[in-house]
Design a protein around this ligand. Structure first.
Ligand code: IPE
Ligand code: IPE
Ligand code: MG
Length: 230
């Protein structure tokens, strides 16, 4: 692939874990377990393809509406993964950052998240942005709230951008959603203004490096105009 056409930032809405499990007569939690394996596969694929930033929609501000059992399982899956599999990020030189409202997360998840962020902060091969307790509207509100707490708040596009969770990360060039639904579900609302969108019918646990490559190949043929004449 022409290097110039490799997206710098890819964001993924990893959807379809529950339906993957249901189709096999398994509990939804099994789908999430397999979804974590898919996430690790795609992190390595992104690194190999030369992507620099990969945002993974892991848990939305709306996902608290699920049963306490499912929410508890997801939180413990995240915590255990960060605790036990830090070597995966170390060996592959991957930096972890977090987007979302920390304050709403269980204390033991915050502790492991902070450890992982600190431990991987010098890695340069790929930045994985874990969106946990993340909502696009919530991020914009928190950004404006931060600005309003400053001495002489000045609100414009640049100021809101600079107060987002990770102002240093470029806007996503490509947003991929698996699982067949064609919506953003509150992901990166501010940053997606000019993102290219790609939808895959595959459930997330079935998403393979070849599928990721196909999305990147599709992106390579898109013409991006950002409102300019062509
Ligand atoms: C995405 O899969 C994972 C999370 C939202 C945490 P879902 O759990 O939404 O799977 P479906 O959409 O019910 O199949
Ligand atoms: C989006 O998926 C959130 C994540 C993938 C973490 P959902 O399954 O929550 O989205 P909706 O409810 O189908 O819009
Ligand atoms: Mg879903």
């Amino acid at each position: 692939m022409n290097e110039n056409r490799v997206p710098s930032h890819v964001a993924i809405i990893m959807d379809g874990n529950g339906r993957w499990a249901k189709a096999r007569g398994l509990p939804r939690t099994e789908g999430h377990q397999k979804g974590l394996e898919a996430a690790k596969r795609i992190v390595l694929a992104a690194r190999k393809e030369g992507v620099k930033f990969l945002s993974l929609y892991t848990f939305s501000t709306e996902n608290w509406k699920r049963t306490t059992q499912e929410v508890g399982f997801l939180m413990s899956l995240i915590r255990v993964h960060l605790t036990k599999e830090l070597d995966f990020y170390r060996e592959n030189e991957i930096r972890i950052v977090h987007s979302g409202d920390r304050a709403g997360l269980p204390g033991e998840v915050i502790i492991e998240l902070d450890k992982a962020i600190e431990d991987t902060k010098h890695h340069h091969a790929l930045t994985v942005n874990l969106a946990i307790n993340y909502g696009g509207r919530d991020e914009i509100v928190r950004s404006v709230q931060r600005l309003c707490r400053t001495d002489s708040p000045h609100i414009d596009e640049n100021a809101i951008q600079q107060s987002l969770d990770h102002p240093e990360i470029p806007d996503p060039d490509l947003i991929i959603r698996t699982g067949g639904e064609m919506r953003l579900s509150n992901f990166l609302l501010w940053q997606s203004a000019y993102s290219e969108l790609y939808f895959s019918p595959k459930y997330w646990p079935d998403f393979m490096p070849e599928d990721f490559h196909a999305a990147l190949a599709d992106y390579a043929h898109r013409e991006r105009r950002f409102g300019a004449a062509h």
